[in-house]
Design a protein around this ligand. Structure first.
Ligand SMILES: [Zn+2]
Length: 180
């Protein structure tokens, strides 16, 4: 099972917080209700794909916890890392914004420096469009002011003007919605 710690917006912040305040990652409760989870090491993700000449942060440690009551383990991702993707939410936010203002897939691919391939960008875009009815119905209660932006493009442009994509995806994940 994967939980997400809100408010961690970058890999730098994640690594600093893990070192300075590792307790902030410990879930208050297991889904079974038990309150005292044990630290259970880390696994690593290769989430740093910027390749901009800065020191690479890979491998990125992701803390795990164990519940002595039900025997389940869980990992706790920082908000900036998607549960099922190599690319950070910030990478996908840039791509989504480029597409939302009307760029074609080809132009978006040519102008982004994420190295995400054209097929990947196409897949993300399709998923966002397909999932819009589900995503918007779960996000609207959190952002009632978006109610007047009923369409896909206006809704996402307005939301991303208010909050980062990672925060929207974190809210969806907390409501058990599968995020792309
Ligand atoms: Zn448990």
């Amino acid at each position: 099972m994967t939980l997400i710690l809100p408010g961690i917006h970058s890999l730098d912040q994640h690594i600093t917080t893990l070192l300075s305040n590792p307790e902030s990652y410990r879930p208050r409760r297991c889904p079974c209700g038990h309150a005292k989870l044990w630290c259970h090491g880390c696994y690593t993700r290769q989430s740093d794909r910027k390749d901009l000449g800065e020191p690479c942060l890979n491998p990125v440690p992701i803390p795990r916890f164990y519940c002595p009551e039900c025997g389940c383990t869980c990992s706790v991702l920082p908000e900036c890392i998607p549960p099922r993707s190599w690319y950070l939410w910030e990478v996908r936010q840039v791509i989504l914004l480029l597409l939302l203002v009307g760029n074609s897939i080809g132009r978006t691919h040519a102008s982004n420096c994420s190295r995400a391939c054209r097929k990947t960008i196409e897949r993300w875009w399709r998923r966002f469009r397909d999932c819009f009815p589900t995503f918007s119905s779960h996000l609207l209660p959190h952002f009632p002011c978006l109610g007047r932006h009923a369409g896909f493009t206006d809704f996402w442009r307005s939301l991303l003007g208010l909050r980062p994509l990672s925060q929207a995806m974190c809210l969806l994940h907390q409501e058990k919605v599968t995020v792309p």
